[in-house]
Structures are given as C-alpha cells and as structure tokens.
Design a protein around this ligand. Structure first.
Ligand code: BG6
Length: 460
C-alpha cells in the first residue's frame, strides 16, 4: 500500500479518456490497495461536477468490475472535484491553485498533472502551471503526463518538447502510450529475450514477415474534432503500432526496464522506412459531428515497412489499422521461414507462426508442424496460451498499470522524446494524395486487393 498522498489533476476531464480509462483506473488502484490518500481535480470548459465525472465513468468501471464496491464509489465521489475553466487563461488557474493549497496545506501530496487534451494545448497548459506556481512545490513531487499523440508531425513535436522541457525535467515527464501498459505487450520482451527457442532465430535469416493489425469496429464516437486533426496514422501508427514493432524488433537491451529499453527502441525506430501505404476513409465519416465536409483525414491505414539494419533488412512488416472495420482485433503475427529439409518431398510443411493476441482472447499461440496420423503429410497445429485462463480475468488494465508506474516514478513504459521524434520521421513522408473510401463493417477499401497483391501479402 502506498501511504503517500496523490493529487491527480486531469485536464480535459469531461472527455472520453477521463470517463473510459482514467477514472476506472483510479477506481481499480483503490480496489487493489495501491492508493490510499488521494484527490482528483477535473478541469474542462463546460459545466460539470465531480460526481458526474464518476457517474459517467460507472459503465466503464463496470467493465473492469461488474459489481463495483459502493464504498469505493462513494470515496471516489467524495474525493473528486471539478472546475469549469478555460485552461488557456492563466487567471482561471487561480481557483484550482486555491483548492489544491486548501486541501494540501503543507504541500506533501505528490501532484500528477494529466493532460488528456489535444497536444495543441500542451504548451499553454504547461506554461500556466509554472506561471501560477501550481507545479513548483518543495516538499512534494510533481509529475506531468501527456497523452498521445505528442505533436502532429516531427516539427510540431520538437517545438512542443522544447517548450515543455523549459518547464519540466525529463524525469518529471511521462509521455503515455497505453499499449505499453497492456500486460500482454509487457510479455513481448520477456518472450523474446528469455526463451532460447526464439532469441537466436529472431532475425532475417529465420523470419519471413511480421504483421501487426489493430482493427477496430467502432467509429470516432464524440471525438470528431480531435480525430480529424490527426487521423489513423497519427492516432494509431505513429505511437501504438511503431512502439509494438520496436519492442518486437529492437536489439537486446542491457535490461528490460528503464533506459536500456528506451535506447534500443529509439535506435530501431530510426531504421524504419515506409515502402508502401494505402489510406482510406469510411463512408459517412464527413457526416459525423465536427467533421468538415471536405475532410481528407484517414480513418484506415495499411503500410508496408522495412527495417534497414543487418538484423531485419529484407523482412517486410505490414501494419493495418482502421475505424469501423468488420471486427475489433489487435494481433501480432510473426511468420517464420519454412525449414528446407529432406522431408519436403514427402511432407508438405508450413513455416511456423507465432501469434500474439492483444484482443480478443489475449494470449500467445505457436503453430508447429506435426505428422498427420496415417498419412505422409504434415498438419500445422496450434500450441495455445490463453492469458485469462491462466492468470484470471482480473489482471491489471493498461491505464491502471501506467498510473501506478507514474505514482512509483517508473518511466519504463513511457516513451522518451527521441523515440517519438524518430517515429514521426517514419510516418511524416507518407503521401496523403489519395484517400480511398470504404464501407463500414468491411476490411478496408477495395484497393486493398491491389495493395495485398503488389506486396505479396495475405493478412492473418
Ligand atoms: C487510442 C486511440 O489511443 O487507442 C483511439 O486514440 C483507439 O482512437 C484506441 O480507439 C484503441 O485502444 P484499444 O486499447 O481499445 O485497442
């Protein structure tokens, strides 16, 4: 149990992230005994209340805990205060400062500022925090968490980072990527580096291709204004997908925590180049709330990437993500080359496949060849590890892990600026000349057939 007190200050408190992820994560931290003394301050423009922040989060809390503890919900409500303020106005920070000072007279609570707003507000909020001295306290630690995407391209992210680093040190700065908080994603490094059956063959001599699919069957909900500024490549590829790929392809780090890991990720991202891309937009997108009639924003992206280093040159990497596709599926597939052996004349074998499922059916499967009974033929069978069957449903959720890491000052699962900057360099050159339409509920634009053909690709 952490007996220290924590104040969470959420900017953008009426948004989707606060109700879907942050408040439920705080509930779970309480439930799992990882938080004792705390207070949540929510800030956004529109009239709202602390109670409403918890009430609107309830349906998402119930996804983690079908029967929420009424005592914990009551505590959460009693410890949540909302301010309606325009956070671009310095003078409007005064009431927040007064409330925090009143609650924490001796300034002993650690303060965690969570910027769950578009990155276009990051610099002005950081500046106001300093000007009003809310973020400078002698007795307590101040940490600041920035939601992704960090900037909109390399140039704007660099500018943003320069401003932020005038205010906060790197040790105080947590750039979040919630995929890194998922338990199964944390398994990737352990799987690669602690298993002799994988580590020595994790290279272009043995691996044929890599696929990462983050398909979604939902649309943009109420997030039109945010989404249209970014689109699929900036919302999913630049961060979640490139981070997953970095974990899969980085060189062996000195340790799988802290600096070593972040150095290795930054290094491999630098070697990534996009070879082919196809972008799409679902039909009906321009009729969504807050979307301009002439929007050219991508809601679908399929990419072929190569990693130009001696370990990976020649191995195609395929990424695919999109809104309103046929189903929600987040999956990594590593295809190994076929073994060339004497048997081949008699037995037709397949290359091994390693599948890491993030959603649904969280788990890992390995496909291997076995003899078909009574025949001189191989059959590929699946060796399966089901995460929840073994560890139970109640494993910590991504945001709970990440908030816990912020509380404990562990930056391993947060991205450093050089990683993000290199990732922008990978996606910035993608041409946006043509955005192909696709039907809701499909697997993307019809032109995907050509993309698949020219890249000799079959999606797993
Ligand atoms: C967020 C994106 O980072 O990830 C959303 O902004 C997307 O657009 C979400 O829906 C997907 O996350 P998950 O964990 O549900 O796969």
């Amino acid at each position: 149990m952490n007996t220290k007190g924590f104040i969470f200050i959420i900017f953008g408190a009426t948004g989707d992230l606060s109700k879907r992820k942050l408040i439920p994560a705080i509930y779970n931290l309480l439930k799992h005994g990882k938080l004792e003394k705390f207070h949540v301050f929510g800030i956004s423009r529109r009239p709202y209340s602390g109670e409403k922040m918890v009430d609107t989060a309830l349906e998402f809390i119930e996804k983690l805990d079908p029967e929420p503890d009424p005592g914990l919900i009551k505590r959460l409500k009693e410890n949540t205060t909302y301010f309606s303020a325009n956070f671009t106005h310095e003078q409007e920070f005064a009431q927040l400062k007064n409330a925090i000072d009143k609650l924490d007279k001796t300034a002993v609570y650690d303060r965690i500022f969570y910027l769950a707003t578009g990155s276009n507000h990051f610099d002005v909020i950081s500046g106001n925090l300093i000007k009003t001295e809310i973020a400078q306290q002698k007795n307590c630690k101040t940490k600041v968490v920035f939601e992704k995407p960090f900037g909109r391209d390399e140039k704007s992210s660099k500018k943003l980072n320069d401003v932020i680093s005038e205010t906060f040190t790197e040790e105080q700065t947590y750039r979040i990527d919630h995929y890194l908080g998922k338990e199964i994603v944390g398994t990737i490094s352990v799987l690669r580096f602690t298993n002799r059956i994988f580590e020595p063959i994790w290279n272009n001599a043995h691996i044929e291709s890599i696929q990462i699919k983050l398909d979604e069957n939902i649309g943009i909900s109420e997030r039109g204004a945010y989404y249209d500024t970014y689109g699929a490549v900036r919302d999913m590829v630049q961060n979640h997908m490139i981070q997953l790929l970095a974990l899969l392809t980085m060189e062996i780090p000195d340790s799988i925590t802290g600096k070593g890991l972040r150095d290795r990720k930054a290094q491999v991202i630098k070697d990534m180049v996009v070879r082919d891309a196809l972008l799409g937009q679902y039909r009906g997108y321009k009729q969504e709330k807050d979307i301009p009639q002439d929007s050219k924003t991508d809601t679908f992206a399929a990419l072929n990437l190569e990693i130009l280093n001696s370990r990976w040159a020649g191995v195609p990497v395929f990424l695919r993500t999109g809104k309103f596709l046929s189903k929600k599926e987040s999956k990594i597939t590593v295809k190994f080359k076929k073994v060339k052996c004497l048997f081949d004349d008699d037995y037709s074998t397949e290359g091994n496949i390693l599948e890491i499922r993030i959603f649904p059916d969280e788990g890992i499967s390995l496909y291997v060849n076995t003899k078909t009974p009574g025949e001189k033929r191989a059959t590929q069978v699946k060796l399966d590890f089901c995460y929840t069957c073994l560890f139970g449903e109640n494993t910590p959720e991504g945001y709970e892990n990440l908030l816990n890491d912020v509380i404990n000052g562990d930056q391993t699962t947060f991205t450093r600026f050089d990683e993000l900057q290199n990732a922008w360099k990978v996606v910035d050159p993608i041409e946006r000349i043509k955005i192909y339409p696709y039907e809701k509920g499909s697997d993307g634009p019809e032109e995907m057939a050509l993309f698949n053909e020219r890249n000799n690709l079959k999606w797993s």
